[in-house]
Design a protein around this ligand. Structure first.
Ligand code: HAM
Length: 419
């Protein structure tokens, strides 16, 4: 028998019920904030043609050149588990005429992404993101709206220590002059570069700035910075984004080396980072990508967006106690009490009250133990006395307070106690 049936592949996680309350808290916070900013949910496929990401993210990026889970399907198609959401959202937006005819569209999405990275704390091969994308406007207002929205989500989650790094990486008009200068610089230091970067100097020198190799990192410290090269239009845009953040009291740090590991960005790039995460410090990131819709065959449509990593947010909120709670556990003694308990169980569940029972348990004592394990708010007890009197005993687990009530009053009493 294959030993692979006993274990999951590296960098892949199971998420058991004890972590789900925190998981849902994070996702619900994000969804509440998306709603207040008028973003609408879009569900896109996990599987796409590999070309979507090669074209979208760029073939010199680490994601495309080293990290994609791509394969040929039985029909000879080259498919890929999505490594990120943006390229798929753009593909869907261009493919769906109804949406790309609107002057402005704001979408959010959530789900698993796949990158064959070296697994470590906060870096998985299957990880989950939620993200948002705005299509149809050049206005710096929308760059700042995205950053303000992430800031609102972060604050609502109760994360207090983080920093926002921002930069502008210019546009196709001004970036070539910078690329030329960067290429010169790295050519003069070519022997200091890692093997991958040696190849990138001619093809895509911007990618050298996000190389994780230590020696390349040292060289980066003295590399030319893009802020000296960006054109008036990009500069105005960048200043307008910063003014908007200032007006809203959001603090940020300018990082002139923040180019990000995906090729599609133009103008604004940003990252939300926390030192509490160690080396994988970014918990949300994104930027503007004004040319990607056109790359996918759509009409020129500027866009801006972000994605946040669920697992990294979980790490930041690790100490937060958030437990699963069951509204009602029904304990009974004897056969007749069991059938009454089942009737009550069904009624409670049909009223959206979470409820459970142990159909195999013998003693009341062992049923109470199970109730404790489920972190129950209220127990209903049906013993011989209760059966005879057509009543049940209700016990509030937090206070220990207990009283007998008529069967007909159960729903009202429990609904009142749970609110
Ligand atoms: P990204 O920076 O590649 O951007 O990923 C966004 C976030 O996903 C990261 O900040 C991190 O929290 C999380 N993340 C990325 N890789 C991993 C991993 N291997 N394990 C755990 N978490 C991870 C994008 O994906 C762009 N699509 C963002 C964007 C949207 N730009 C414009 N629109």
């Amino acid at each position: 028998m294959s030993k692979n049936i006993h274990t999951k592949p590296p960098g892949i996680e199971d998420i058991f019920p004890d972590r789900i309350p925190l998981w849902n808290f994070i996702l619900n916070c994000a969804k509440e904030v998306f709603k207040t900013y008028n973003f609408k949910e879009l569900i896109i496929p996990v599987l796409e043609y590999t070309d979507v990401f090669i074209k979208g993210i760029g073939d010199d990026t680490d994601i495309v050149s080293k990290e994609m889970f791509s394969f040929e399907d039985r029909g000879g198609r080259n498919l890929c588990l999505r490594p990120e959401g943006t390229a798929g959202v753009v593909r869907a937006y261009v493919e769906n005429g109804d949406y790309n005819r609107l002057s402005l569209s704001k979408f959010f999405y959530a789900g698993p992404m796949f990158r064959a990275e070296k697994p470590q704390k906060g870096r998985l091969r299957q990880f989950n993101q939620f993200g948002a994308e705005t299509f149809g406007s050049n206005s710096p207002y929308y760059d700042s709206e995205i950053i303000l929205m992430i800031d609102a989500i972060t604050k609502r989650l109760g994360i207090a220590t983080y920093n926002i790094l921002i930069n502008s990486i210019g546009c196709p008009d001004c970036r070539p002059a910078y690329i030329k200068e960067l290429r010169e610089y790295y050519k003069n230091n070519i022997n200091e570069l890692c093997e991958d970067c040696k190849k990138r100097v001619d093809r895509n020198p911007l990618r050298l700035l996000d190389c994780k190799n230590e020696k390349c990192g040292e060289l980066k410290k003295h590399a030319p910075v893009i802020s000296c090269f960006i054109c008036g239009n990009c500069k105005d845009h960048h200043n307008a984004v910063k003014t908007s953040l200032d007006r809203n009291g959001v603090k940020y740090t300018e990082d002139p080396m923040l180019v990000r590991g995906l090729d599609y960005y133009t103008k604004t790039t940003f990252e939300f980072v926390s030192t509490d995460l160690g080396s994988q410090s970014a918990f949300a990131a994104g930027g503007r990508y004004d040319n990607l819709v056109e790359t996918f065959g759509g009409k020129p449509t500027p866009a801006v967006g972000f994605a946040a990593g669920m697992e990294r947010l979980m790490l930041l909120l690790e100490g937060r106690k958030m437990e699963h709670q069951l509204d009602v556990f029904i304990a009974y003694s004897g056969e007749s009490a069991f059938s009454k308990a089942l009737d009550i169980l069904n009624t409670l569940r049909s009223r959206n009250i979470s409820a459970d029972i142990d159909p195999e348990s013998g003693s009341l004592k062992s049923q109470f133990k199970k109730s404790d394990r489920e972190n129950t708010k209220i127990s209903i007890i049906i013993g011989e006395d209760e059966l005879r009197e057509n009543k049940v005993t209700i016990k509030k687990m937090q206070t220990g307070e207990q009283k007998k009530i008529e069967e007909k009053d159960i729903i009202d009493f429990i609904s009142g106690s749970l609110n």
